[in-house]
Design a binder for this molecule. Structure first.
Ligand SMILES: CC(C)(COP(=O)(O)OP(=O)(O)OC[C@H]1O[C@@H](n2cnc3c(N)ncnc32)[C@H](O)[C@@H]1OP(=O)(O)O)[C@@H](O)C(=O)NCCC(=O)NCCS
Length: 217
């Protein structure tokens, strides 16, 4: 056993999952702010003052190409944002819609989401969307990696999955780069602008995350 293996074992032993504890619930008075190298993922401001930067990507048809939602009007974006802020105060907090901000400027350039879909089984679904002006710089991968760290290191979840359109190659790459496993194809489970479409499901388990040195932030 080398030094790295010992550290892995120590991390595992320190991890509540080994003892099969249920996930940790985030207190609703706690505001979320997750920092990575170049980004900050954080709760939206309750006064909805960030609407213009958000509408840049929610209202963009190119951004919505592979999604079941959108493009949204400004009013629909306001409704969505209102809902995201409401969920911030829901007890127990199972939903996280977070603004993705550039650390250097504070500007919101995307959205990151984590929703606990099954509290008993400690399972959540993640998602991410970026302003097209920021694509191709590794931010998508950085966002998803930050969400996984939040899921496993802070919420102590057991399993995280993501669902993506088979045509969404950029999203497949993000999930594959994080070592997530493509489990299979769900047939026609999404109604997307009047047409049924399939979804790939990708997942990662807590032990895989903890064992992966490439997932260190
Ligand atoms: C998916 C998305 C977040 C990716 O963001 P990004 O910052 O461009 O991703 P990254 O820069 O981290 O790139 C990840 C990988 O995808 C590849 N990639 C990015 N865009 C691609 C494209 N259009 N076609 C093929 N590969 C692409 C990159 O080359 C990179 O792989 P590599 O490191 O092997 O070269 C972004 O395209 C987006 O916001 N899309 C619209 C919303 C969406 O579809 N969200 C996902 C819903 S499941």
């Amino acid at each position: 056993m080398n030094g790295e293996d010992v550290i892995k074992l120590m991390r595992r032993d320190a991890h509540p999952h080994v003892h099969n504890l249920r996930s940790k619930i985030v207190n609703t008075s706690e505001r979320i702010e997750l920092k990575s190298q170049r980004l900050v993922l954080r709760d939206y401001k309750a006064d909805l003052s960030e609407i213009d930067a958000i509408f840049e990507f929610t209202g963009d048809a190119l951004v919505a190409t592979h999604s079941s939602w959108g493009p949204l009007t400004r009013d629909e974006t306001l409704d969505w944002l209102n809902d995201a802020v409401r969920v911030q105060n829901t007890e127990p907090r199972a939903g996280f819609e977070l603004g993705v901000c550039l650390a250097a400027t504070g500007r919101i350039v995307g959205n990151a989401s984590l929703h606990i879909r099954n509290l008993k089984n400690n399972e959540a679904e993640i998602g991410y969307t970026l302003n097209r002006a920021e694509w191709g710089q590794g931010y998508g991968t950085e966002v998803a990696k930050t969400l996984l760290a939040f899921a496993f290191n802070k919420l102590y979840l057991h399993r995280v999955y993501a669902s993506t359109a088979p045509s969404n190659i950029a999203s497949h790459r993000v999930l594959e780069k994080l070592g997530m496993t493509r489990e299979g194809l769900m047939r026609e489970n999404v109604l997307q602008r009047g047409h049924w479409r399939d979804s790939f499901i990708y997942s990662i388990l807590d032990k895989e995350f903890l064992d992966s040195s490439s997932l260190k932030l």
